[in-house]
Design a protein around this ligand. Structure first.
Ligand code: ATP
Length: 913
């Protein structure tokens, strides 16, 4: 294992930058997952035979071994027979390899005993001898790849980030392409390739190397093979290209690496040649694959679609924007650092009922007053006093006073926690309460969560009942009665609802705190929370800022009244929200730590977001609108969240600033999923037929553009601000070189993970944000999210929505019939307006994003130069400013401003104290 120490100083969750490259065969059920640490890259060849090999000999396969030629291996096997030791074999092999290396004029690879990659998979099995030459060969190949990775890492580490003089991205791409082409030409069928898939997965840090603790989510491109697989719609990919590709990802990651499969084991010379090329490519990918992917990403030609329908493979339209007459230089002007350097604004989140701002159209809302019923559960008159709380300084502590941070390291955490990995954390509160905290440490078998997981309705009937469009407050609400959903909501929930599949937040100390309380009390329920303040109330429940008893951990506790939900037919919405929350593991989406249900109440224990929402933040801006660079930052993060949701088969449907919460670190969190539509998704790898690349437009110096949030700008040299005047830097030259090379190589296939077949007739959303197709009742799909995304960007930039009328009816009429207009002020760049124009195309089929989803939107010039994978590490436009959280809470308590749950069981009775 090699720690590549990716520079990510400001990264909120650096663990997600760790990645792993795994090669396996079809027999490998899941990618081998090993313990890793932040910024770690591992390249592992994994198959059963390999495992057996290591298992039988206890060989640390991390030993550095150079590549072995097949013939050499075979020869040795014949010569030595079966009675030998592995060590002897390896010694001979090293000699042979040295000889071979000299023959081909290459210096032999060094053995580096100091590097100790973690052992793959099962390591304790014994009794399996090496009797097959293929085992040894493959084992050595695995070692070879590991070493190649290490060497590449060493090389990489010896250079400043971003200044690598060699266009590795271009090289990788070239190799990749050649493999793709050759594999394609070889005429190998998908099935043939199945035996040796290559996976490059992005995995988080792990605390153990137990093979049973696999947690990467494998996205296998080829045809769905088993019924079991087909049950998980969100993780199934269909292949639109040859050769076959297997992709592995962690849910937390935005980027998916795509690598062609290494076809066959030992077939033809041609295939062997392909393997060699692929290995070379893999070795180059090693230390900073994230960076490489980004660079590759950047050089992929942008299939921009502006007002015209684009078929999957026909990318003729993509040049439209690029070929447009010289775009006016961006007036994005100032750099992000500018905003970042602004004196931090005192943000006072005004927690309020959002219904007063933009009233949602929700199917079960029978009256405007209905939503207030929930709010009346607790009669509190607290002001927005949490606005000055400094939750950045808030530290979770356990009851014994020991700081959770002391257990931050995986090992210490494991030792210190009263819950070992063998502890079953499925929780039963009491006989009448049912709790599923899923507060498991990564590494727990996801199966352990299944018992408490909600079973999703299978039939269309049930699906329909889970839609939220039965009625509405507007005249259009009757459309909800005809709500029908096809091709949706058939997927059942899998282990992804557990923390074991939530690598993104796996190190969050709140997991430990919850486990600790559960252990102490035997269960988790409302009694274990001290409700400090009601943050707000929505249509289906109230949200409280709550402290977990005896810890300093704060949560957002959403409390819903079951009876109320049932009487208003809102139970399906609550269920939808919970199920979606259970699936999520993304930096810009909320983490659900636990949920518990009693006869009377349902509670969601969520990550608390102290920074208020974007609606409030926007109103605090001068001219009540965001600068373009700030808007770009926020919409980019929202876009990644939407992309992730779509990949999971979730159409969000309720995008608006009020639902974008601001985290303590200034990044965003998309909240509120009770109006979302669940559907099947069939992600596809699309290989562009065009090789036209416009590198000079696509790639530019990171700071040449406006609103630069390119991590290069916050990277060490380090912390060179964007606005620092630069001459043509070495990095810029390198980029130019890379882009030139990329132009020669051609585009990479693109992953399209848009649930284009999702259909719903529900009338849901928020008036000003409703897409025309929803208003017209024509049925809608995932394109509604791109419409709302356009409205959202418009509102951030102009401070108002484009079609707002004097009343809701007018608004709806305007949405359908009024053409898009831009106010004269504030001045907004052409790129921004062009993006909005593409997104607000009334015909969903022609709307930007309708075919290729976020993939095509991300390539719009508005986002030019943005480093998508590292945006989470970028400096936000502004940071919420709070004073000390704990002391503020304490003073609130003294002042009697806090609510505390009265210990009366499950009744929601609070009193001031
Ligand atoms: N995790 C959180 N952290 C901080 N505030 C939150 C969190 N979740 C929700 N809120 C706030 O609580 C309030 C109520 O949220 P909630 O989702 O219940 O209602 P809503 O957004 O109106 O949606 P709905 O009516 O669909 O339930 C909102 O003001 C929201 O900003």
């Amino acid at each position: 294992m090699v720690n590549f120490g990716v520079g990510k100083g400001s990264c909120r969750d650096p663990s997600n930058l760790g990645f792993r490259m795994i090669k396996g065969n079809a027999n490998s059920q899941r990618p081998q997952v090993m313990g890793s640490i932040s910024g770690t890259c591992e390249i592992v060849e994994s198959n059963e035979e390999l495992d057996s090999f290591y298992s039988s000999k206890g060989t640390n396969h991390s030993s550095s071994i150079s590549r072995m030629d097949d013939k050499v291996g075979r020869h040795l096997m014949l010569k030595t027979g079966h009675n030998y030791s592995v060590e002897d074999d390896l010694n001979r092999l090293f000699e042979a390899i040295d000889l071979k290396s000299h023959q081909v004029g290459k210096s032999p690879l060094r053995k580096n005993a100091s590097k100790k990659p973690i052992r793959v998979g099962v390591s304790q099995a014994s009794g399996i001898g090496i009797s097959e030459s293929v085992s040894l060969k493959q084992a050595l190949r695995g070692l070879c790849i590991s070493q190649a990775s290490e060497m590449a890492a060493t090389k990489r580490l010896s250079k400043p980030a971003g200044l690598s003089g060699v266009s590795e991205a271009g090289t990788i791409k070239k190799l990749y392409r050649s493999v793709v082409v050759e594999a394609s030409e070889s005429g190998l069928s998908l099935d043939e390739g199945k035996e040796s898939l290559v996976e490059i997965s992005l995995v988080p840090e792990r605390s153990t190397s137990n093979s049973s603790e696999k947690m990467t989510e494998s996205l296998e491109v080829p045809k769905a093979k088993s019924s079991n697989q087909s049950a998980h719609s969100s993780t199934h990919f269909a292949v639109a290209t040859t050769p076959k590709v297997k992709m592995t990802r962690t849910p937390a990651h935005d980027e998916i690496l795509q690598v062609p499969t290494d076809v066959g084991v030992e077939t033809s010379k041609k295939e062997l040649g392909q393997k060699e090329k692929l290995k070379s490519a893999l070795s180059l990918l090693s230390p900073d694959t994230d960076d490489k992917v980004l660079e590759l990403d950047e050089i992929v030609p942008a299939p921009i679609k502006v007002g015209c329908k684009t078929s999957t493979l026909e990318l003729e339209q993509k040049g439209k924007l690029h070929s447009a007459p010289s775009l006016p230089s961006s007036n994005l002007g100032s750099k992000v650092s500018n905003s970042a350097s602004n004196s931090p604004r005192l943000v006072k989140p005004l927690f309020r009922n959002k219904n007063f701002v933009k009233k949602k159209i929700k199917p079960d809302s029978t009256s405007a007053s209905s939503s207030s019923n929930v709010c009346n559960d607790v009669d509190d008159d607290l002001g927005p006093s949490t606005s000055k709380l400094d939750f950045r300084t808030h530290t979770c502590t356990l009851k014994n006073g020991r700081k959770e941070s002391e257990k931050a390291s995986p090992t210490s955490s494991k030792k210190a926690s009263p819950l070992s990995s063998s502890t079953n954390l499925s929780i039963e509160v009491n006989s009448s309460s049912n709790v599923d905290s899923c507060a498991r440490k990564p590494g727990f078998s996801s199966n352990s969560c299944n018992g408490s997981r909600i079973v999703v309705a299978k039939a269309n009937e049930s699906s329909r009942s889970r839609e939220k469009g039965e009625s509405s407050q507007s005249s259009k609400s009757s459309i909800g009665n005809c709500s029908s959903t096809t091709n949706s909501e058939e997927s059942n929930l899998s282990g992804s609802s557990c923390s074991s599949n939530r690598p993104h937040m796996s190190k969050d100390l709140r997991w430990d705190a919850i486990r600790h309380v559960q252990m102490q009390h035997g269960s988790l329920g409302l009694k274990q929370f001290k409700l400090l303040k009601r943050i707000g109330c929505g249509d289906i429940g109230s949200v409280y800022l709550a402290e977990l008893t005896s810890t300093n951990c704060l949560f957002a506790l959403k409390v819903m009244d079951n009876e109320y939900l049932a009487s208003r037919k809102k139970m399906p919405r609550a269920q939808t929200e919970r199920e979606i929350l259970q699936m999520l593991d993304h930096p810009f989406l909320p983490t659900l730590y636990a949920h518990f249900t009693s006869d009377k109440l349902s509670c969601l224990v969520m990550e608390y977001c102290p920074g208020g929402d974007l609606h409030v933040l926007r109103q605090k801006q001068p001219s009540r609108s965001f600068s373009e660079q700030a808007a770009r930052f926020y919409v980019a993060e929202v876009l990644l969240a939407l992309e992730y949701l779509h990949m999971l088969g979730v159409v969000y449907r309720d995008l608006k600033p009020e639902n974008i919460l601001v985290r303590e670190d200034g990044h965003i969190m998309l909240s509120d999923f009770d109006l979302s539509l669940r559907c099947t998704v069939n992600p596809t790898l699309v290989k562009s037929s065009s090789s036209v690349v416009e590198p000079t437009k696509k790639i530019s110096s990171p700071c040449a553009e406006s609103s630069c949030i390119d991590p290069f700008c916050i990277q060490p040299s380090w912390q060179v601000p964007c606005f620092t005047p630069r001459l043509v830097s070495a990095a810029a030259k390198t980029r130019k070189l890379k882009s030139d090379l990329a132009a020669q190589v051609g585009p990479l296939p693109q992953l399209v993970a848009e649930p284009t077949s999702a259909r719903s007739n529900s009338f849901v959303g928020t008036h000003e944000y409703l897409a025309p197709e929803i208003i017209k009742g024509e049925g809608h799909g995932s394109a509604v999210d791109w419409w709302t995304f356009g409205i959202f960007l418009y509102e951030l930039l102009y401070g108002k929505t484009p079609f707002k009328g004097s009343g809701n009816e007018d608004t709806l009429t305007n949405v359908v019939s009024q053409s898009l207009k831009y106010p004269e002020s504030p001045l907004v760049s052409f790129q921004a307006r062009d993006l909005i124009r593409g997104l607000l195309i009334k015909d969903p089929e022609n709307r930007l994003g309708s075919v290729k989803g976020a993939t095509e939107i991300k390539q719009h010039l508005f986002f030019q130069g943005l480093n998508w994978a590292l945006i989470r590490c970028a400096i936000p436009p502004e940071l919420p400013k709070f004073c000390d959280g704990i002391s503020a809470l304490a003073s609130q308590k003294k002042e009697g401003k806090c609510l505390e749950l009265r210990a009366t069981g499950e009744h929601l009775e609070f009193e001031l104290f």
